[in-house]
Design a binder for this molecule. Structure first.
Ligand SMILES: Cc1cc2nc3c(=O)[nH]c(=O)nc-3n(C[C@H](O)[C@H](O)[C@H](O)COP(=O)(O)OP(=O)(O)OC[C@H]3O[C@@H](n4cnc5c(N)ncnc54)[C@H](O)[C@@H]3O)c2cc1C
Length: 380
């Protein structure tokens, strides 16, 4: 392959890479090469159709698009229409179903009370006072109890956190828990965003449309590290893979939490009545069950439904999902970032490049900003 004909080479076809490729091709009319190591475009937002049930599901975990950012909303609508799906999360604890994040209904149902919004704060203060400690919280558990009191922590946070991290919350640092959102009203919407929904014809179509410009060439099943020596040194490189891997892990490996999914089909048209059900108890080995048919209320699916159990564990970077923002990783990523910022024609970003959890709208915003404030000028 002749790599010298491309003004820009993009590593990774997730939202970060695809937005940059699309902008460079349609705005600057330059040739772009997108290199993707997987056998599909779209990164972690990819969706596919389950052959048994015909139900579309999100391969790397349920993805709900939501944003209040007008620039991102205007941009994404060039590539898809959204349905009217509205995200809500429920959690099962001791065979009862509660609203998440914790809201007034959760509190009242759990305690068997009928508190009014203006009574919640003083009620929780009394709950917290029962476990008041005379020093700043030293670990995750102490911090959580100081925020919401022991009973709600033990019911809704403790077991779930333990499953997510494979560690007792007492062994987790307090600073990974910034806040625990408690709603003193009955608002059941998971997001506060102005717009939300699922792409009507799936995430895959967004990426197909973004990369459909004839100036964009996409190659799948190609690892950048296998071909990097063939790329001319003055090519502009947009790299959205793991930042530590770019530098051959020379300062050490960044750690991630990873996920494993187990699919099952059931002979009814509805298994759990909602798209995502968390399981708070530690004794239930999975963290949540997804039922993807609920993501498309506008579609008619058959009488067999699909569920996907999600299991969470620690990962060493080989199957990265969520960055772990503890001190070691936060310090380490700063060292890599310093190296990255000193590179001449290379831009390392996206969720793996920045080692940050970004929602899709934040990823798109970051890519649009990099294009406007860096790439456009560079390619003039
Ligand atoms: C479980 C989960 C659920 C989520 N749910 C939501 C949600 O509901 N709503 C929301 O807004 N956001 C959600 N997100 C966030 C969303 O997935 C990210 O914002 C988005 O995927 C980031 O896009 P990206 O392009 O930076 O990274 P990615 O989508 O990860 O794309 C990076 C791409 O680079 C490729 N790549 C990496 N290294 C190489 C290499 N060496 N050579 C070639 N290719 C390479 C990868 O294969 C991948 O395709 C969720 C994330 C996770 C993990």
């Amino acid at each position: 392959m002749d790599y010298s004909k491309y003004s820009v080479i993009v590593v990774g076809s997730g939202f970060f890479g695809s937005v940059i490729a699309e902008r460079v091709a349609s705005e600057l009319k330059k040739e772009v090469l997108v290199i993707e190591k997987r056998n599909h475009i779209g990164g972690n937002c990819y969706s596919e159709v389950d052959p048994e049930t015909g139900i579309e599901f999100h391969t790397y975990g349920t993805h709900i698009f939501h944003t209040s950012n007008v620039k991102v909303w205007d941009y994404i609508q060039k590539f898809t229409e959204f349905n009217n799906y509205y995200h809500q999360v429920l959690t099962t604890f001791k065979n009862k179903v509660y609203q998440m994040p914790i809201n007034l209904e959760t509190i009242n149902q759990y305690y068997g009370l009928n508190l009014k919004p203006f009574e919640v704060e003083s009620f929780l203060e009394k709950e917290k006072a029962k476990d008041r400690i005379d020093h700043p919280p030293r670990n995750f558990e102490e911090k959580a109890i100081s925020l919401i009191g022991r009973p709600l922590y033990e019911a809704f946070i403790k077991g779930y956190t333990k499953k997510q991290w494979n560690k007792d919350p007492k062994e987790l640092p307090e600073f990974i828990l910034n806040r625990l959102p408690i709603r003193k009203n009955y608002n059941e919407s998971y997001y506060y965003s102005r717009w939300q929904g699922i792409p009507k014809d799936g995430y895959g179509k967004i990426f197909e449309r973004m990369l459909s410009n004839p100036l964009i060439t996409t190659v799948l099943n190609t690892n950048y590290f296998d071909i990097k020596d063939q790329i001319p040194k003055d090519t502009i490189l947009i790299y959205s893979g793991p930042i530590d891997q770019y530098f051959d892990y020379k300062f050490g490996k960044l750690e991630y939490r990873t996920l494993r999914f187990e699919k099952e089909s059931h002979p009814y048209d509805d298994f759990q009545g909602t798209s995502v059900m968390n399981y708070a108890e530690e004794t239930v080995p999975f963290t949540r069950i997804h039922e993807p048919r609920h993501l498309h209320p506008e579609r008619t699916y058959g009488n067999t439904t699909l569920t996907i159990k999600e299991f969470s564990s620690l990962d060493d970077g080989s199957n990265p999902y969520y960055p772990i923002n503890d001190k070691r990783n936060t310090d380490l990523v700063k060292v890599y970032r310093k190296e990255a910022d000193a590179l001449e024609n290379v831009y390392i970003s996206g969720r793996l490049g920045d080692y940050k959890y970004f929602d899709m709208h934040e990823t798109i915003d970051a890519a649009l900003t990099l294009f406007e404030n860096g790439i456009r000028e560079k390619l003039k």
